[in-house]
Design a protein around this ligand. Structure first.
Ligand code: ASP
Length: 304
């Protein structure tokens, strides 16, 4: 029997990618193709300065990217971290997910693999991103500013009409990060997780904190206990932010998207956050604003 399909993604920048992924799902296409196509759309766009081409560079002015792919049917995972000068890290991650061994490659090893497998090379640093880097370098020396403002990961989760699920992430990580720094986005259970039998979750925000709570896996496990995706994602973020605050007085930004295998979706966040949902109704952009003990969600834009 044909099932309900759904796609959810982090940040407003995902809109065009979710539109493309949604049309794949609407036409009875596969969830793996939907998330890969959706994430590639964002990677290819130079205006988004936190993902793929035009991503903001590290301290040394190099664009080092992290990406992952997970198939919820067989729990296959592929991931790359700290990869430079390849056009679509998410596609390299998907290819790695076909392997039994060597599924997560970093730096030069990931680049050699991508080259050998014919993935397209590209200088991912744009003139625009280089200018932003130069300006920040100057500001940092003059005003003692925090170097790490400026990041956002594209995460997408899809449920197709056959009931299969997949998730993918891609990011250039924290602006001005140390060379070799890896965030949560390519880490299974932290940046993403999906299981056909339950649902999927994926995260954006401060990777150093998200990975301390394995928030994507935690959210999926909460859904396994029968909790709705909305309650699962919100309680996961809330409980873990509170724990960090109790331990050390503060918590980094964390935003989670979630969808279960019935196509019900939810989000949890401790900062203002935009996200995109595609289903048989429409592709819609939302804004979530955390307040006291709840998160207020408002509709921003619909696709035509
Ligand atoms: N989570 C990403 C990282 O830490 C950044 C982000 O999503 O804003 O690399």
């Amino acid at each position: 029997m044909e099932k309900k399909w759904c796609m959810i993604a982090t940040w407003e920048m995902a809109k065009e990618g979710v539109e493309k992924g949604s049309s794949i799902l609407q036409d009875r296409g596969n969830c793996c193709d939907a998330v890969e196509t959706g994430v590639k759309t964002v990677e290819d766009c130079p205006e988004y300065t936190s993902v793929g081409y035009g991503g903001l560079p590290n301290e040394e002015c190099e664009v080092e990217m992290d990406a992952a792919f997970m198939d919820g049917k067989n729990l296959s995972i592929g991931a790359v971290a700290g990869i430079k000068d390849f056009k679509n890290p998410v596609s390299i991650a998907r290819k790695l997910s076909e392997n039994r061994f060597n599924i997560f490659l970093v730096g030069a090893g990931a680049e050699a693999y991508a080259h050998k497998n014919g993935f397209e090379r590209k200088n991912m640093l744009t003139e625009e991103s280089k200018k932003i880097w130069e300006k920040r370098k100057k500001e940092m020396s003059e005003k003692n500013l925090s170097p790490y403002d400026g990041h956002d990961t594209i995460c997408m989760i899809a449920l197709d009409k056959c009931g299969d699920m997949a998730a993918a992430t891609s990011t250039s990580g924290l602006f001005m990060k140390k060379r070799g720094r890896v965030g949560d986005s390519p880490l299974s259970g932290s940046g993403f997780y999906v299981d056909n039998e339950i649902g999927g979750a994926a995260a954006t925000g401060l990777g150093e904190d998200i990975m301390k709570g394995c928030l994507s896996y935690d959210t999926v496990q909460r859904m396994k206990r029968g909790i709705s995706p909305m309650e699962a994602a919100q309680s996961s973020v809330r409980d873990f932010s509170e724990k960090l605050k109790k331990i050390r007085g503060y918590s980094g930004a964390m935003s989670l998207i979630a969808v279960n295998n019935r196509g019900e979706w939810g989000i949890g966040t401790n900062v203002e956050f935009t996200f995109v949902v595609g289903n048989s109704e429409k592709v819609r952009v939302y804004r979530a604003v955390p307040m006291e003990n709840k998160v207020v969600i408002e509709r921003l834009k619909d696709s035509l």
